[in-house]
Design a binder for this molecule. Structure first.
Ligand SMILES: [Zn+2]
Length: 451
């Protein structure tokens, strides 16, 4: 049973530009602005306090100017990372044009002068600097997809609004891509962001309408607007361009890309980001399989997911609340208490639901045998199904627990083992788990990837 069509998913890990002088210049400008701000607002410097205009609008305005400039440079760094250096510079130029036209006070003049000093150099870089390998990858994917299927409809998620605009410009200025006629869909403004007001609902609807009804616009570039419950039309290509969200969000993103044969690509130059998304997928897969096994209707399915997620969080919170006892680092070998056969190592032990001690080493199955459990039971997402016995001497080591109806995990009892320090070879016996002196990690679904 498949309750939602999940698009096929793939990952593209791309290279970063090597040694980007644009970044160095912007970093330099930012630290100069920070320096200027500190010089003016250093509370510890008495001489400065004397002529402060605290409690005035002038004070607030000046402070705002500093942070606003820093914010713009920061935005520009993000644009430069995911789009062209030219786009980042255009963004800054547009900002400084605006600054010059508005109340161009002393602070603004000082800050603008910082930028002007580097203007020429930045211009040179944007014209003759390196290409962004990420954009080349993106261009390759779009070229391929539209060559294979010219009916392709794409939604591309990006990190910021400025980036959505930058990528729109890039598509429009790229000969082989401009036929895509990109639309931009921008999410609600962050509260802290005082500039710009996001898109009105009417203009959002306008963009969506033209994407839905005309064959003109073939790609929609969006920020996290998809979380706002806006009904995004059918797309068969979902691109996550340096964009990662949480599990629920991901399901929604995928739900939105559920047209037949749809694909979802994550494009990133960050290993961690790709790893994180792989784990998200694994988590989803486990939840999905569990649900499929339960054969539930859509409504009770959602309730089950909610319950599981609440339960998962409750257990985590509970575990986190238990004060840590001092534990000895280092590895310990667990030997069968009766025949001294090696069973597993403490480094492979994790704790779930406070009481489930899971051995994340599949080879323990080679050293043990399983028989059906006489009293099968469920503890949260764990279901006791089998018992586990030492292969050599047949004493009871613990159980085999099926996690989320998906993976069989060995769960052991400490009183059936002798714990041997791998360095000193000293052996210790613990009657209860709460007595053990070695460290154990908390179980995480992600662990199943290597199990
Ligand atoms: Zn044994």
């Amino acid at each position: 049973m498949s309750f939602v069509h999940m698009p096929e998913k793939d990952f593209f890990e791309v290279e970063k530009r090597s040694g980007d002088p644009f970044i160095a210049i912007i970093h330099n400008l930012m630290s100069r602005i920070e320096h200027l701000a500190k010089a003016e607002y250093d509370i510890e410097s008495l001489s400065n306090i004397v002529n402060r205009d605290y409690g005035t609008q002038k004070y607030e305005q000046a402070l705002f100017n500093y942070t606003e400039h820093l914010r713009k440079y920061n935005d520009a760094l993000i644009i430069n990372e995911d789009a062209r250096t030219k786009d980042a510079l255009d963004y800054l130029k547009a900002f400084f044009d605006q600054v010059r036209q508005a109340g161009f006070d002393e602070t603004e003049q000082k800050l603008t002068a910082c930028f002007d000093a580097e203007h020429h150099h930045l211009d040179q870089l944007s014209q003759h600097g390196q290409h962004n390998p990420k954009l080349e990858q993106l261009k390759y994917i779009l070229d391929e997809e539209y060559r294979n299927n010219e009916e392709t409809r794409t939604i591309m998620f990006v990190r910021t609004r400025a980036l959505a605009d930058a990528l729109k410009n890039w598509i429009e200025e790229t000969d082989t891509l401009k036929f895509l006629k990109p639309g931009v869909l921008i999410g609600r403004a962050r509260k802290s962001n005082q500039t710009g007001s996001g898109m009105t609902l009417t203009s959002k609807k306008g963009v969506l309408e033209s994407f839905k009804t005309s064959d003109q616009s073939k790609i929609l570039i969006a920020t996290s607007v998809a979380d706002e419950g806006i009904d995004i039309p059918r797309c068969n290509l979902v691109l996550m361009y340096e964009y990662v969200g949480n599990v629920v969000k991901m399901v929604q993103v995928r739900g939105r890309g559920r047209a037949e044969g749809s694909m979802c690509f994550l494009i990133s130059d960050r290993k961690e980001r790709i790893e994180k998304e792989r784990l998200n997928m694994l988590r989803e897969k486990i939840v999905e399989r569990a649900i499929a096994n339960l054969q539930l209707s859509n409504k009770s399915m959602q309730a089950k997911i909610d319950t599981f997620q609440r339960e998962d969080k409750r257990v985590r919170d509970h575990v986190n609340a238990i004060p840590e006892r001092p534990r000895t680092d280092g590895n310990f070998e667990l030997l069968c208490a009766k025949c001294k056969t090696s069973a597993c190592f403490s480094n492979d032990l994790t704790v779930a639901m406070v009481s489930q001690h899971i051995v994340l080493d599949r080879t323990i199955f080679n050293r043990s045998i399983q028989r059906p459990h006489k009293d099968p039971r469920r503890i949260g997402p764990f279901e006791k199904k089998m018992k586990l016995y030492c292969k050599k001497c047949d004493i009871d080591w613990g159980i085999v627990s099926t996690y989320m109806n998906t993976v069989d995990l060995p769960v052991i009892k400490i009183e059936r083992f002798v714990v041997q320090n791998c360095k000193t070879m000293k052996q210790t016996y613990f009657r209860k788990w709460k007595d053990v002196t070695f460290a154990m990690r908390e179980f995480d679904v992600a662990d199943l990837q290597s199990f």
